[in-house]
Design a protein around this ligand. Structure first.
Ligand SMILES: [Mg+2]
Length: 411
């Protein structure tokens, strides 16, 4: 007897940042077909996302915005609407959780869903039908379009999600489900570089062995792959090209951590400049935390030095916190300790929050917690809520830059 096949979906918002930017500004970005999200004409940011129409000009994500605007000077350029993106992320998740309790947030615009055990609930309708209903519900309630891939595991669901995505040059319907048993056949159409986790370095090693496509790898026995790439990677590759992946959807509606990081366009060695970057990251991750109605107990800071050495420091607090002030205070001390151990230029810093819990209602908390004993006071939480509502009205940067300008003279 074979076990019942798993039913896994990957829901992925279509051109998420571009779609959200258009949604919140119907008169401006909403009317621009040539739209670049990320950076600005004045500053040197990078493209976070670009509309399909600008891609014809060669504009790509992660490209310096200045370069993108040279390729497509008539494009409209708007900053990343971070607050609105966090809110849309939470809205979409809430819709998906009505269909199954096991939802894992994989990124700001991707969610894995384990549909196991919901068969009876949906009268044994085909998974494809459920996925279409889910897609309609997200469009109606969050105003955004999602694509859904499905299969017996996360790898196949993720790759099916790419096939499902409607683009100007295909006639995809937004849903693509791979039937149990068809995984290996489905995988045969892909390049190795299209398999999740196969990065540019691995692609170079694969090419050196003469391997470019999934079918190239299928011609070689496991022993040969292990000989070339070692036990772990050889076995991993052998499984992947056959559509095998045993990873579970880490769901139950709970997220394990939230993080933000920034790679600098030029390495930074000045402590004050690093603190400013850290402050901006904390403002973003803390706002994401509150948008999801969560609180965090553990704060970690990561730094990547100019020579690519990655170093981390973390601290777990006696109570869960939500405010920028407390999170930044801890993160700044962690940054100082990392910098004291090795003082060299940094390429990247990041901040991560874990030990996440549902954020209790602050007024109730204040009744039982003596504010003087508490790390985070009710005033901190009230300030944080005000910051969120001002950002909702005036944009994510409205308050961050004002607070920062107190200790930042160069603007
Ligand atoms: Mg997406």
């Amino acid at each position: 007897m074979s076990a019942t096949a798993r039913r896994i979906l990957l829901a992925d918002a279509d051109a998420f940042y571009v779609a959200v930017a258009r949604l919140i500004d119907p008169e401006g970005a909403g009317k621009a077909t040539l739209l670049i999200v990320g950076g600005s004409r004045e500053s040197r940011g990078v493209v976070c996302s670009a509309s399909y129409e600008t891609r014809k000009f060669g504009v790509r994500s992660a490209m310096p915005t200045a370069q993108a605007l040279k390729l497509c000077p008539q494009a409209m350029c708007v900053p990343v609407p971070r607050g609105a993106c966090s809110r849309k992320n939470a809205e979409i998740r809430r819709v998906l959780q009505r269909f199954t309790p096991v939802v894992e947030g994989a990124s700001i615009d991707e969610w894995y869903l384990d549909m196991g055990g919901t068969e009876q609930l949906y009268g044994h309708e085909p998974l494809e039908r459920t996925a279409h209903r889910m897609r309609d519900a997200v469009r109606a309630e969050a105003g955004l379009s999602i694509s859904i891939g499905g299969g017996t595991n996360k790898l196949v669901a993720k790759m099916a999600g790419e096939v499902a995505k409607p683009k100007p040059d295909n006639n995809a319907t937004g849903v693509h489900i791979v039937a149990p048993g068809d995984e290996a056949t489905f995988l045969k159409r892909f390049l190795l570089s299209e398999i999740p986790m196969v990065g540019p370095k691995f692609v170079t090693r694969l090419e050196r062995a003469g391997l470019r496509t999934v079918t190239d790898v299928l011609e070689h026995p496991l022993s040969e792959l292990i000989h070339w790439f070692g036990d772990r990677e050889g076995q991993w590759l052998y499984d992947r090209v056959r559509g095998i992946d045993s990873g579970a959807v880490e769901g139950h509606g709970e997220q394990k951590s939230m993080s933000r990081e920034e790679t600098f366009s030029a390495d930074i060695s000045d402590d004050a400049a690093l603190e400013r970057e850290l402050f901006a990251l904390v403002a973003r991750v803390a706002s994401d935390l509150r948008a999801e109605l969560l609180s965090a107990r553990t704060i970690r800071v990561k730094i990547k030095d100019a020579d690519f050495t990655i170093r981390q420091a973390g601290r777990t607090l006696p109570e869960a916190v939500v405010s920028d002030r407390v999170i930044y205070g801890v993160a700044r001390e962690l940054l100082h300790s990392l910098r004291a151990r090795r003082r060299t230029a940094a390429r990247l810093i990041g901040v991560a929050l874990s030990g996440l819990a549902t954020n209790p209602e602050p007024p109730q908390l204040a009744l039982f917690v003596d504010a003087t004993e508490s790390l985070e006071t009710e005033r901190d939480r009230a300030v944080a809520r005000t910051v969120d509502s001002v950002r909702r009205k005036f944009g994510q940067d409205a308050i961050g830059s004002a607070q920062l300008s107190k200790h930042d003279d160069e603007s």
